[in-house]
Design a protein around this ligand. Structure first.
Ligand code: 4NP
Length: 161
C-alpha cells in the first residue's frame, strides 16, 4: 500500500536563513536514513522582502561546512499552504503569531507548531533566534538547534507511522 506523504513546511520571517536551513537539514536526514518518496519538505517566510532569492550567503557558507547545499528560492507563506502541509513549523514566537494570522481556519491553525517543541528536554532555547544581525556564532547556533530539532521531528514522524 502506498504510504501517505509527510508534508512539512518550515517557516521563519525572511525565508533566507532559518527555514531554508531547516529544510536542508531535514532533507539531508531523510536522504541518508529515510525514503525521500515519502516526504515533501519545503520552507517559506512570513515576510516578502526576499522573494525569489537564494538563502543568505552566510547561511549557505555555514551549511556547506556541514555538507548541506541550500538551493531553496524564497517564497512567502500563503493560506493554501495550510491545505498542502500537515505540519507548519515556526522558528520563533513572532513567526507563530504571524502564521496564526494567515491560517484560513481554526482547524488549519492546529497544524502550527514551534520548532523548539522538538528540542531535547533541557535545551535552554525556547525558539530559534534570528541570525540575520548576528555573527558566525549566530549561524552556527541556528544549525545546531535545527540539527537537534529536525532529528527529533524525523524520529517522531517516523514513529507515528
Ligand atoms: P530568517 O532571517 O527569518 O531566518 O530568514 C531574516 C532574514 C531577513 C530579514 C529578517 C530575518 N530581513 O529583515 O530582511
Amino acid at each position: 500500500m502506498k504510504h501517505k506523504k509527510h508534508n512539512i513546511l518550515f517557516v521563519c520571517l525572511g525565508n533566507i536563513c532559518r527555514s531554508p536551513a531547516a529544510e536542508g537539514v531535514l532533507k539531508s536526514i531523510v536522504a541518508q536514513e529515510g525514503d525521500e518518496a515519502e516526504w515533501n519538505i519545503d520552507s517559506a517566510g512570513t515576510g516578502r522582502y526576499h522573494i525569489g532569492d537564494l538563502p543568505d550567503r552566510r547561511m549557505r557558507v555555514h551549511a556547506r561546512q556541514r555538507g548541506l547545499e541550500l538551493d531553496h528560492r524564497c517564497r512567502q507563506v500563503t493560506p493554501d499552504d495550510f491545505d498542502r502541509f500537515d505540519l507548519i513549523v515556526g522558528m520563533d514566537a513572532s513567526n507563530l503569531s504571524n502564521l496564526r494570522a494567515v491560517a484560513p481556519s481554526p482547524e488549519a491553525e492546529k497544524k502550527i507548531v514551534a520548532m523548539a517543541s522538538f528540542f531535547n528536554p533541557g535545551n535552554r532555547w525556547d525558539h530559534v533566534p534570528d541570525p540575520y544581525y548576528e555573527g558566525a556564532e549566530g549561524f552556527e547556533l541556528v544549525l545546531d538547534l535545527l540539527e537537534e530539532g529536525c532529528r527529533n521531528l524525523y524520529e517522531q514522524v517516523e514513529n507515528e507511522k
